[in-house]
Write a protein that binds this ligand. Structure first.
Ligand code: HEC
Ligand code: HEC
Length: 374
């Protein structure tokens, strides 16, 4: 069989092969400098400034104790190094907290991809009873009681009579998230032509990634995701049996219309949205950029290290009947496994954007914001 090859990356020369039919296989590549932005929410400096304050402001939560940064922490790769995400007080989360770094390049949000844009996404945790537990109308009124916010919303949304709305709160946060991006990883540099940016082991890992190990079948495109859903058979995490984790999962199931949630003892991903058997255990392919910064791994944080993740794929994924057919035992040698991990580490930016917690504006008549809410 004749195999054609394409030279995809200019000078750096990552060869990606095409099938005998000449059909181009999916590939990986460098990220552009700027993520796309929607026409109705252009990224402006004042909107980004406002979005930054809102991102860090725990007063967006019911009891003033939880902000976006609580669960997507700039000090922890913009994710959280815990098996399960933090949650609103007295609750436990049932999913691991993903990073918001470079999330602006994705077209599906959440592990189950239930929303598509950052604007839609940002509203959700605010209202979620186990995340920020806040009511939108009350939040709008609360922010109106903060003079600096009144000023900033007016500037960021100059054509609106009453700019403090949940939609604009979400727009400002989304604009801020579009600035939490980076594309200066060794891999990006290599792809742009600096052949010394990755070492030999990393290059070997990249070749395995697009070749023998078949990772590129799902982790492709500049953000290493096909923006699709797959059943990989990730094993259950012990934590999923904790009563309060189960309580949150049961709550989510009841909200989705399931009548006997207690019969389901683990997170089944898209199945919770569609009720479709083939979606049992189906999750979005996550980005792999900066993945070394954000252990543990998978929707339920079941793997502590990248080595464990690679071992999982080496075995051909988990043991579930509806597993994606792309996953097969790989028979990787120890050195090949090491190379794959080295390549995943080459996806870490040199300058990961860091934003210091800003000083938050106080309520009218007060001089400062009390730590951790009021
Ligand atoms: C209490 C913890 C918590 C808080 C607070 C929180 N999040 Fe999240 N966030 C999560 C978890 C957990 C997920 C994944 C949930 C899922 O897939 O169902 C997530 C998912 C996301 C995603 C999708 C990422 C992806 O790759 O799919 C974005 C973007 C995001 N959050 C941004 C925000 C913003 C903005 C705020 C503040 C308005 C916020 N989050 C508040 C825990 C939190
Ligand atoms: C069939 C599609 C598919 C293939 C092939 C695949 N993955 Fe994945 N990958 C996924 C999905 C889906 C998830 C999320 C699964 C979950 O959370 O339950 C994931 C998760 C991951 C994660 C965890 C990311 C995080 O932030 O938690 C890593 C790391 C990863 N894959 C690396 C690889 C490597 C390395 C290969 C090749 C050996 C590979 N993947 C092959 C679909 C795939």
């Amino acid at each position: 069989m004749v195999r054609k090859t394409f030279l995809l990356s200019g000078i750096a020369g990552l060869m990606i092969s095409a099938g005998a039919d000449g059909a181009k296989k999916p590939s990986i590549g460098p990220l552009p400098d700027k993520p796309p932005e929607p026409k109705d929410n252009p990224t402006t400096p004042v909107k980004v400034e406002l979005g930054k304050l809102l991102y860090f402001d725990p007063r967006l939560s019911g009891d003033g104790s939880v902000s976006c940064a609580t669960c997507h922490d700039p000090n922890q790769g913009w994710a959280k190094k815990r098996v399960m995400s933090p949650a609103y007080p007295e609750n436990k989360h049932f999913r691991h907290s993903p990073t918001v770094l470079n999330v602006a390049f994705n077209t599906l949000m959440f592990w189950d991809g239930r929303v598509k844009t950052l604007e839609e996404q940002a509203e959700k945790p605010i209202a979620s009873p186990f995340e920020m537990n806040m009511n939108y109308d009350l939040l709008e009124e609360r922010l109106k009681a903060i003079p600096e916010y009144r000023k900033l919303f007016k500037k960021a949304f100059p054509n609106e009579r009453e700019p403090i709305t949940i939609k604009n709160i979400a727009k400002a946060i989304a604009a801020f998230e579009r600035t939490i991006v980076c594309n200066d990883s060794p891999f990006d540099k290599y792809m742009r032509g600096d052949s010394n940016a990755m070492d030999e082991l990393q290059i070997k890992g990249m070749k395995l990634f697009v070749g023998k190990a078949g990772c590129v079948q799902c982790h492709n495109g500049p953000n290493f995701t096909d923006n699709k859903f797959h059943v990989t058979g990730v094993p259950k995490s012990r934590v999923e049996d904790q009563p309060l984790v189960a309580a949150t999962r049961n709550f989510v199931l009841r909200q989705a219309g399931f009548r006997n949630p207690e019969r389901i003892d683990r997170d089944l991903g898209r199945f919770f949205l569609t009720g479709n058997k083939k979606d049992k255990g189906s999750f979005k392919t996550p980005t792999l950029r900066n993945v070394a910064l954000t252990p543990p791994y998978m929707h339920n944080g079941v793997f502590k290290t990248l080595e464990e993740v690679v071992d999982f794929y080496d075995k051909g994924g988990g043991k579930v009947p509806n597993k994606d057919r792309r996953l097969k035992p790989l028979n990787l040698t120890d050195e090949e496994k090491e190379a794959l991990v080295a390549f995943l580490e080459a996806l870490t930016c040199e300058n990961v954007p860091y934003v210091e917690e800003p000083e938050l504006p106080p309520y009218e008549g007060e001089t400062k914001v009390k730590k951790g809410g009021r």
